[in-house]
Design a protein around this ligand. Structure first.
Ligand code: 5GP
Ligand code: MG
Length: 173
């Protein structure tokens, strides 16, 4: 497999996340919960949470482990929960954070899951958006970058469990 080619470098990512955090700080209520979808969103969430702290916001953080992809680059079409879910979130405002909004199945599933735990309102925040791939009608309030329909790795995203630690976002052809 070819070496990944940089699409968005780490400095550009950092600047964009600061801007995102500013907008989130301006639109989320004082008390909110950041719910992070693992594994792919771990790096984005780490940087976003620190940018939020610099913007004066300190949300509670929860993590859910969802899986919709195997080692292939095509969605399995089904989302599963791995591990445990957060406690009830009755009346808590939630910022749901994922790495990439692709077909929309993962975010759709996660939003319903959080609604079932009582979370309200729920805003969606995704590092990347691939609108051309959407199967379900779902949009995120906060988007880092819109990308074309190609498989990306780095900045938390893997291919066959590799490349998550790349500081840049890169494409595999
Ligand atoms: P969806 O459920 O929206 O189809 O897919 C969302 C999940 O699929 C993402 O959270 C991510 O884990 C994975 N995914 C979708 N597109 C890509 C991609 O281009 N690269 C990687 N590494 N993962 C992707
Ligand atoms: Mg993911």
């Amino acid at each position: 497999m070819a070496t990944p080619r940089t699409l968005i470098d780490s400095a550009t990512i950092g600047a964009r996340i600061d801007a995102l955090a500013g907008r989130i700080a301006a639109t989320m209520p004082e008390d909110f919960v950041m719910v992070v979808i693992l594994n792919g969103a771990f790096m984005f969430a780490a940087d976003l949470s620190r940018a939020l702290a610099r913007a004066g916001r300190h949300p509670t953080m929860e993590f859910i482990n969802l899986k919709s992809y195997g080692d292939a680059t095509e969605s399995a079409g089904q989302v599963r929960v791995l591990g445990t879910l957060p406690e009830r979130l009755d009346g808590r405002a939630v910022l749901l954070v994922d790495d990439i909004l692709d077909t929309g199945r993962t975010m759709h599933f996660a939003r319903a899951l959080l609604a079932g735990l009582g979370a309200s309102p729920v805003q969606l925040c995704t590092f990347l958006d691939k609108p051309s791939r959407r199967v379900l009608d779902i949009r995120a309030e906060h988007v880092g970058f819109e990308v074309e329909d190609r498989f990306v790795v780095g900045y938390g995203l893997d291919h066959a469990k590799k490349w998550r630690g790349l500081p840049d976002l890169a494409a595999i052809d």
